[in-house]
Design a protein around this ligand. Structure first.
Ligand SMILES: [Zn+2]
Length: 404
C-alpha cells in the first residue's frame, strides 16, 4: 500500500488527496490562517472538555483510528457494544474513506467526529444518527454543496464545523440551519459569495472563509452579534460594508490579500478590535484616481441651501416627498464647513494613524471638492491634523494592525 503521507507539501502534510489537488497554502491544520490568528475558537475547546466530564475525569472515551489507510470501517474496529455506547470521540483522519461508514451512525453519544483528510464526497444520513455531536471536523476532503444531508439542521448541538479544504462553491442552505454553531471554517474552498442568510447562524463566534473567491461582504454579516474572529483573507473583496462596525464583539479581522482600496471610517467604532490584517491590499495605491464627483442636482442644491442657511419651513409649505428629502441631509464632517449634503458627495480617503506606525486609509464623505482636506489633494499618506485626536484614541484601542 502506498504511503499516505507521500508527496505531502507544505504545512498540511496529511491532507493532500491522491490525485494531488493543490491545497490552498494558507489553510493549516485547523483551517486557520497560517501562524498569525487564533486557530482554536475561544471557548469552544473548553466547552468540549467540560462536556467530556471536566478536568477530574481524565478518561475521555476516545478511539483513535487515524492513518490506518482504511477504505471502510469494519464494525469490529469499534470494539464491543458497551465500548461503542460509551464512545465520545472518534478520530478517523487521514484514511481513505469515500463515505461516512454506516457503523458511525450508530454511535449515538458521540460528541466529536474527525474525518479530515479522507476521500469523502458525501456526508450521508449517518450523520443524523449523532444527535449529541458537538464537533465535526471534515477538512481536506472532496465535499461540495450537494454533499450534506438536507436535514443537517437537526444537529442542533453542533458547535464546531470545519469544512476547510473542500470543494464548496456556495454555502449550502442546510448548513445555515445549524443555529447552535459557534465556529465555522470553510477556508480553501471555491466560494464566490457569502449568502445574506449567514445572519441565521446567530451563535457564531469564529468564521473562517479565507482562501476563496469571495467578492463582497454582505451587510447582514453584521447581525452576527457574537462574532469575535472573522477571517476573510485571500479573497477578492473590494470593500468592507460600514455595517461591519456594528459587530462590537469583533476582536480579530483578517482582510489581507484582498482588493481593498479603503476602509469605511465607521471601523473606528470597533472598540474591541485587537488585530486587523491588511497587507497585500491595494489600499492606498489606486483609489485616488478612481474617485469621481457627480455634481449635485438642482434639488440637492436647493435642499443644501435650505438646510445650511436654516431657512424656516413648516409641513404645509412643502409636499411630503420634499419634507422627507430634507430630513435625509447629512452634515459635512469638515469642521470648517457648516454645510450638508444629500446624495451627491465627495468620497475622500482620510489617513488615520494607528500605533504611531501605520496609517489606515478610511473613507469619509464631504459636501464638495472644496471641502477636501490637504491629504486629498495628493496621493501621499499625509495625516490630517484634525483627525489626530480621533486617531490617537483609536490607536489605543487598535492594538495590532498588520499592514506590512
Ligand atoms: Zn463641506
Amino acid at each position: 500500500m502506498e504511503d499516505p503521507e507521500s508527496g505531502a507539501p507544505g504545512q498540511d502534510p496529511e491532507g493532500t488527496p491522491a490525485e494531488g489537488r493543490p491545497e490552498p497554502a494558507e489553510v493549516s491544520e485547523d483551517g486557520a490562517p497560517g501562524a498569525e490568528a487564533a486557530p482554536v475558537p475561544p471557548g469552544v475547546a473548553e466547552a468540549l472538555e467540560a462536556e467530556d466530564g471536566g478536568p477530574e475525569s481524565s478518561e475521555v472515551p476516545v478511539l483513535d483510528l487515524s492513518r490506518l489507510g482504511l477504505h471502510t470501517l469494519p464494525p469490529e474496529l469499534l470494539g464491543p457494544a458497551e465500548r461503542r455506547r460509551a464512545l465520545r470521540r472518534l478520530l478517523l483522519p487521514y484514511n481513505r474513506l469515500p463515505a461516512l461508514p454506516p457503523a458511525v451512525g450508530a454511535l449515538r453519544d458521540l460528541r466529536l467526529l474527525d474525518v479530515s483528510g479522507n476521500a469523502l464526497s458525501l456526508l450521508g444520513p449517518e450523520l443524523l444518527g449523532l444527535p449529541h455531536l458537538r464537533t465535526l471536523l471534515a477538512k481536506n476532503n472532496r465535499l461540495h454543496e450537494g454533499s450534506l444531508p438536507k436535514e443537517l439542521g437537526r444537529l442542533q448541538r453542533l458547535e464546531v464545523l470545519n469544512l476547510s479544504g473542500n470543494r464548496f462553491t456556495c454555502i449550502p442552505g442546510a448548513l445555515l440551519q445549524l443555529r447552535g454553531l459557534r465556529s465555522l471554517s470553510l477556508g480553501g474552498n471555491r466560494l464566490k459569495s457569502i449568502p445574506a442568510e449567514i445572519e441565521a447562524l446567530s451563535s457564531l463566534e469564529f468564521l473562517y472563509l479565507g482562501g476563496n473567491f469571495i467578492a463582497s461582504i454582505p451587510p447582514e454579516l453584521a447581525n452576527l452579534a457574537h462574532l469575535s474572529y472573522l477571517v476573510l483573507c485571500d479573497n477578492k473583496i473590494q470593500s468592507v460594508p460600514p455595517q461591519l462596525a456594528q459587530v462590537h464583539s469583533l476582536r480579530s479581522l483578517s482582510l489581507h490579500n484582498n482588493l481593498l482600496t479603503y476602509l469605511p471610517r465607521e471601523i473606528l467604532s470597533l472598540v474591541h478590535l485587537q488585530e486587523l490584517s491588511l497587507r497585500g491590499n491595494p489600499l492606498v495605491v489606486r483609489f485616488v484616481r478612481d474617485l469621481i464627483y457627480a455634481p449635485p442636482s438642482l434639488l440637492e442644491l436647493a435642499g443644501r441651501t435650505i438646510k445650511s442657511r436654516n431657512i424656516p419651513y413648516v409641513p404645509c409649505d412643502l409636499p411630503d416627498n420634499l419634507l422627507h428629502y430634507l430630513n435625509l441631509a447629512s452634515k459635512c464632517p469638515n469642521p470648517k464647513c457648516a454645510g450638508v449634503y444629500f446624495d451627491s458627495c465627495v468620497r475622500q480617503i482620510k489617513f488615520v494613524d494607528f500605533c504611531g506606525k501605520y496609517r489606515l486609509p478610511l473613507m469619509h464623505y464631504l459636501c464638495s471638492p472644496e471641502c477636501s482636506s490637504p491629504c486629498s489633494n495628493s496621493s501621499t499618506s499625509q495625516s490630517e491634523s484634525d483627525s489626530e485626536d480621533e486617531a490617537s484614541m483609536a490607536a489605543r484601542r487598535m492594538q495590532k494592525v498588520l499592514l506590512g
